[in-house]
Design a protein around this ligand. Structure first.
Ligand code: ZN
Length: 122
């Protein structure tokens, strides 16, 4: 079996393989640079949650450099982490809003139930 090196992860693979068995790169070609998610990271830091946003920015800032150093698999990992931490920050920011809505909905239900009970003469 003739093999070649995958340009994305460096694993040996069959020259005729459609996908690299190690990283999934099409025909073992070099994957394009992943999104850094930097804009989303900054937005999340400013408007959602500072600590998780900073983690996100740190990862986002390293995506392009890691890619240019030839560590493509690692660049993809950092891209994913930047996105994940920005999302976690956004989620944390929305928890008070969700709680607020839940409490109000539950509050309405309690009023409704006590009204029904009153009407029943309980
Ligand atoms: Zn590969």
């Amino acid at each position: 079996m003739e093999t070649k090196k995958c340009l994305t992860c460096g694993a040996e693979m069959d020259v005729n393989a459609i996908k690299c068995p190690s990283c999934g790169a099409s025909k073992g070609r070099k994957k394009p640079m992943p999104k850094s998610h930097l804009a989303w990271a900054i937005f999340s830091t400013l408007f959602c949650c500072l600590p998780t946003g900073i983690v996100s920015i740190v990862y986002a800032a390293k995506v392009s450099k890691t890619y240019q150093q030839g560590n493509i698999v690692e660049a993809y990992r950092k891209s994913k982490l930047a996105d994940r931490w920005a999302n976690i920050g956004a989620l944390i920011a929305f928890i008070p809003l969700i709680l607020y809505i839940l409490v109000n909905v539950v509050g309405v239900n309690i009023a409704l139930v006590s009204d029904i009970l009153k009407n029943l003469g309980i």
